[in-house]
Design a protein around this ligand. Sequence first.
Ligand SMILES: Nc1ncnc2c1ncn2[C@@H]1O[C@H](COP(=O)(O)OP(=O)(O)OP(=O)(O)O)[C@@H](O)[C@H]1O
Length: 336
Amino acid sequence: MGKVILDVRELSTKYVTRFGESVYAVDRVSLKVEEGKSLGIAGESGCGKSTLALSLMGYYFAPLHYISGDIIIDGVNISKMHPDEVRRKILGKEIAYIPQAAMNALNPTLKIINFIEDVIHAHDPKVPKKQIYEMARQRFEELGLPAEVLQKYPVELSGGMKQRTVIATSVILSPKVLIADEPSSALDVTSQKMVIKMLRDMMERGLVKAMIFITHELPLLYNVTDDIMVMYAGQIVEQGTAQQVVFDPLHPYSKGLMGSIIVPESGVRDVKLTAIPGAPPNLKRPPQGCRFADRCKYVQAECRVQSIYMREAANNRAYRCIYPEEQLRKVYENEG
Ligand SMILES: Nc1ncnc2c1ncn2[C@@H]1O[C@H](COP(=O)(O)OP(=O)(O)OP(=O)(O)O)[C@@H](O)[C@H]1O
């Protein structure tokens, strides 16, 4: 096993609504990402992917609240740091986040270089502008973006270029971990490919040491990340290599999602994570037993009465189900 860059242990966070209700969006999530590796997180809308991404940065402000667990980045536990310290020392430097529709982060009234100055000055107001320009120019060129972009206003750039600009900006301070939340979903296919290529380049050149890629589109994950975790109703329900999870899923939810995939590339292309009838449980009052029980074809009475934990399977994988691996495989086999 390589050096672990991101080590998350039993992390739980919640939203508290203005009516004082708690929404348990991230429930005891554990994950590890080693140096040079990428992890994909997949799940349907509302399962907690974005909340997990935000939670991983350790930067909590209302309505998002930390409950428990540890976030260890390259040996440093950031989970109990004060938000000011996280903002100054961690964000952008240790861990960076590319939000959904990141290109909207650009301020239309600022040239790109001025936007970058603002980003860097939020961490350290003393960095001279000349130095920022030099850092930005170098990073843009490394990532195949022309330095002229720095002198442009957002309106002068295409959607794809804006997105790549924000991505390049997010790694100016060489963060150890980069979290990309649906970074290409709003783009046309060509721009999507360029964004994915850029993320890969960043990993290959060591500009970031570990990456988390969040999406509901499985084909993207299969082609981009080494490992995949499937999330359902605030919990991880399956974890393995991209190959294992896509082509040999164990959890009935992943199985349902991937069931129709036959051929890589063309076969996976159009599969969306919405194929299973029913809806996830309300995260204000998650059920005591298996959260997938209401939608599971193989549900038994005991699934609903006890907490279901992740269980280990062969080849370093894990899934959250009462069925042992052999039994689950038999059930699937009998179905044909
Ligand atoms: N500000 C908020 N206040 C209260 N509940 C919230 C808030 N933001 C999200 N939630 C709830 O938290 C849960 C997880 O939402 P989250 O946005 O993390 O899911 P997601 O998997 O990222 O979905 P999507 O793919 O649509 O972005 C959902 O039940 C959502 O309704």
